[in-house]
Design a protein around this ligand. Sequence first.
Ligand code: BYC
Length: 321
Amino acid sequence: MENTIENLEAKFQAKIDAEIKIEPKDWMPEKYRKTLVRQISQHAHSEIIGMLPEGNWISRAPSLRRKMALLAKVQDEGGHGLYLYSAAETLGTSREQMFEDLNAGKAKYSSIFNYPTLTWADIGAVGWLVDGAAIMNQVMLTRTSYGPYARAMVRICKEESFHQRQGYEITMALAQGSPEQKEMAQDALNRWWWPSLMMFGPNDATSTHSAQSMAWKIKRKSNDELRQAFVDATVPQAEFLGLTIPDKDLKWNEERGHYDFGEIDWEEFWQVVKGGGPCNKQRLRDRNKAYKEGAWVREAAMAHAKKRAEKRKAEMVSSNA
Ligand code: BYC
């Protein structure tokens, strides 16, 4: 068969349909490559920016045990960012370019991280709801069609389960504590519930990329399917805690076998995505500061790597002589 674009595309789609992973050196349509770089880099940025609202509470955690768990969680997020930047690099985009786009405010990251963490109960809500929503989305990504992304996601999901549990446990301790503590947990749920539902992205009817991404098996489930699964899994968890989900339209629909829930404020969602959320400016400023202050570490690491490579080259030359 001749290697025309049509033939290559047909062979590519046949591989996807046969559940064969696409690897970095395989032929792929330029649009597939672009979609992956867009999604994986946005995902990596979300992990890195996501460290900021939680990092805010490391020095104020209420006990040594809580502090250790939160510290480990925030470090995990940094690691997730690194796996994901590496996966995106295999598609031919440099890490420097991705950082530049993030720092300049040109790249997207998850809307959720533009909300503030006002009390310790927010750390519980972030773990329970934000990591809970992230897992719902990311479990499907362990089966995504691009090999390096799928393999990164397997490791990430294992750690995300621990994150969700630590958040739920913090919320449970507060919900079973004094009336003031229970009130803190309820207040955090009230503020984080709707932004967590927004994490799944626009409704299927308005999602621009979903149809193509599902045909390429980059995404295995639609934004609305995942959002529904999250609501169905989380409502009983809130009931168990004796907390109330802030949605007057939330009710079990026997016929559908799912919870019905209220309409998301899409105006708020798009405002946050476009840079007008409560913390967008602060996040970008803190990210730029951290990047600038970390320059010497990157330079030292690069100098060390260069020296080692030169040493290895010299050893090879002398052993061949
Ligand atoms: N926020 O056509 P759509 C974590 C954008 S972090 C901002 O549905 P797609 C954690 C979307 O990019 C985990 N933007 O797009 C870390 C697109 O704009 P562009 C984060 C959003 O890609 C630290 C436009 O809206 N998870 O776990 O098919 C501490 C149209 O959307 C959002 C991931 O990144 C949003 N919420 O589907 C704790 C998962 N939603 O690119 C926890 C990987 C949509 O055309 N990503 N947009 O300019 C995905 O699965 C998909 O990219 C999405 C969107 C489901 C998010």
